[in-house]
Design a binder for this molecule. Structure first.
Ligand SMILES: Nc1ncnc2c1ncn2[C@@H]1O[C@H](COP(=O)(O)OP(=O)(O)OP(=O)(O)O)[C@@H](O)[C@H]1O
Length: 587
């Protein structure tokens, strides 16, 4: 989390002020510095329960509703109000991914700004060597943030046992608790049970936007009489997320992506989700053909690069990020089984999914603790594009939750392939798309249950058609070999970046900006003519002098489109533009 403006009325509890919680002045000052004027609803519900009533908490609240502060503030407050001479580990925060571990750690450090000399925190899942971690642990930081696997690995190493003494732990928090279970951390949690003083009044917080009965076992292990808070969309008066889906074909996904991003039909930053690493590179290479710059995020990249990419995306260095969502594949079997059970659907298709996901798993060298669709606080994302539909409706909630955060507005657009279209385009196909229609039905139902609508969006294909030839040409240039080469090249680049990042940029943080992650990879045939859009391809309103603004405003009044500059368009949209407005739905 970086500096944040106050969340909008949708999430903020205006009726509650921070000073009603009797927080330590050092903590209040840090909250003030973050710009959090009022607590959010989940914060104003959870904090008194945790502090005054000393309750364990199970909180299910929407993505972006401020759950992190809802558990971090009570943790810090409790530590401050029982300050001790001796330093010991007193709070463990478990998160499913290294990305989230880093983010939560950074947030905690901000809240500790005024009490750093009294309290400390450590991120065990950071990218430093075990020796460095050991030297940091000597200082006995009070708060440990980690993935379960890393904690257990360190606990099991003989020489860490004194350093990682958990006998004084007073609080255990499990963030994204349902994902922790899906990631196969159950064994680690079982082991953790042995190390923790559960019987001695351990306070437990279990948090997520999606929680179901799967957590019963954890609940009975770690909680006693928990207060269960359910603050989902129903509790929020205003819906800031506009959701669309568009039925399309395997190839037309690429065509539409080209049109949307080349014509800058989406205003602001976009996060594009694909379902596997290779598709991410294919899409990047395809977009590169048109001079559309974007960067890639996936589990193959070194952790330093991943964190740096997210950080720079948040600082608006990049506008387009193609992220491979692999929680998708990890949770698919469990989630499918669960969702099918809920809806009494047949098991056969579940089998199909298992097979497809198995064959995928074979050639992936992924970091098991990678994840960006859960919990990562991407800042100011205008649009989430599900280039590939997620494979469960639960994954959908978390993906689209990367936009419209903290009460801001956002849009989600999901491409859906009708069953009869699957397998028609040899290279662009994605076998799991056979499930798209079914998943869409579930998403629609689930959104309806929360009172939201996901609307169909039909692009006016007549307008798009003119771009087809160029899209096909560009797509042909992105061969399988080109994708493989790009993948290796990106990995090499990022390893170099990562090494540089580690050694040099630690001391020179201001120079971090010089490492760009959206460099062109182009191992495919480069066709420079594709970077320009000839005028005849533009929608009428965008040709020549602007007359019909309010449609696709390619440039401000009185300015010509500056071709050849920044991917062919010098100017951003005027005020009246709406994302995707030129492609009106056909009813
Ligand atoms: N009281 C507050 N006032 C204003 N902004 C806030 C407040 N609390 C949190 N935020 C901001 O809201 C954003 C979302 O918070 P957070 O990441 O904790 O959400 P979350 O509920 O954990 O979401 P997810 O389920 O996606 O993990 C962050 O940018 C955070 O800084």
């Amino acid at each position: 989390m970086s500096n944040t403006k106050a969340a909008s009325a949708a999430y903020v509890d205006d009726s509650t002020k921070w000073d009603t919680f009797n927080l330590d002045p050092r903590l209040l000052q840090a909250i003030d510095q973050l710009g959090f004027e009022n607590p959010t609803l989940i914060q104003s519900s959870a904090i008194p329960l945790a502090l005054e009533d000393k309750r364990d908490i199970i909180a299910k609240a929407s993505t972006g509703s401020g759950k992190t502060a809802a558990y971090v503030i009570p943790i810090i407050q409790n530590l401050l109000s029982n300050e001790r001479e001796d330093h010991e580990i007193r709070s463990i925060i478990l998160v499913p991914t290294r990305e989230l571990s880093n983010q939560v750690h950074q947030f905690i450090e901000k809240l500790l700004s005024y009490c750093n000399s009294n309290l400390g925190s450590i991120n065990l899942s950071s990218n430093v060597s075990d020796q460095v971690l050991q030297s940091l642990l000597i200082n006995k930081p009070e708060i440990v943030i980690t993935t379960p696997a890393k904690l257990i690995k360190m606990m099991e190493e003989q020489n860490n046992q004194n350093l990682l003494n958990l006998s004084q732990v007073e609080n255990l928090t499990i963030d994204e608790v349902d994902l922790i279970l899906s990631y196969g951390y159950q064994d680690d949690l079982n082991k953790l049970e042995e190390y923790l003083p559960i019987k001695k009044n351990l306070q437990t917080f279990l948090m997520s936007a999606t929680i179901n009965e799967d957590i019963e076992e954890i609940k009975s292990k770690f909680c006693s009489k928990p207060a269960v808070l359910k603050l989902n969309e129903d509790n929020i008066s205003q819906n800031n997320l506009i959701q669309f889906y568009a039925r399309t074909t395997e190839f037309d996904k690429y065509l539409l992506a080209y049109v949307i991003f080349k014509l800058q039909l989406i205003k602001g930053k976009t996060l594009i989700f694909v379902n596997d690493v290779e598709r991410g590179y294919r899409l990047k290479l395809f977009m590169e053909q048109f001079g559309i710059r974007c960067c890639i995020l996936n589990s193959e990249l070194p952790i330093n690069s991943r964190l740096h990419i997210v950080d720079e995306f948040n600082k608006n260095v990049y506008h387009l990020l193609i992220a491979t969502d692999e929680t998708n594949n990890i949770t698919i079997e469990q989630d499918e089984a669960k969702e099918e059970e809920d809806e009494g659907e047949e098991k056969e298709e579940g089998q199909e999914v298992k097979e497809a996901s198995k064959s995928k798993k074979k050639n992936q060298k992924k970091d098991k603790e990678y994840g960006v669709s859960r919990g990562i606080d991407f800042q100011n994302v205008a649009c989430v594009l599900n280039f590939d539909l997620p494979t469960t409706s639960r994954a959908y909630i978390h993906r689209v939750g990367r936009t419209a955060r903290a009460g801001k507005k956002g849009m989600a657009l999901s491409f859906v392939i009708p069953v009869k279209e699957v397998g028609k385009h040899k290279t662009a196909t994605l076998p799991l798309a056979k499930r798209d229609e079914k998943i869409l039905r579930r998403i629609v139902k689930q959104q309806e249950r929360s009172g939201f609508e996901i609307k169909p969006y039909q692009f006016d294909m007549k307008q798009v058609e003119g771009f087809r030839y160029r899209a096909e040409d560009a797509f042909r240039a992105v061969t399988g070999t080109a994708v493989r080469e790009a993948r290796i090249k990106e990995l090499k680049n990022e390893l170099v970046n990562s090494d540089k990042l580690k050694r040099y940029f630690e001391e020179n943080p201001q120079d971090l900006a010089s490492l760009r992650h959206d460099k062109e990879l182009h191992p495919s045939r480069v066709q420079s003519q594709l970077k320009r859009i000839p005028e005849y391809l533009l929608p009428e309103s965008a040709r020549g002098e602007v007359k019909n603004l309010g449609f696709v405003p390619f440039h401000k009044h009185g300015h010509r489109v500056q071709k050849g500059k920044r991917g062919g368009h010098g100017k951003r949209f005027g005020k009246k533009s709406d994302p995707l407005k030129s492609f009106k739905p056909r009813n």
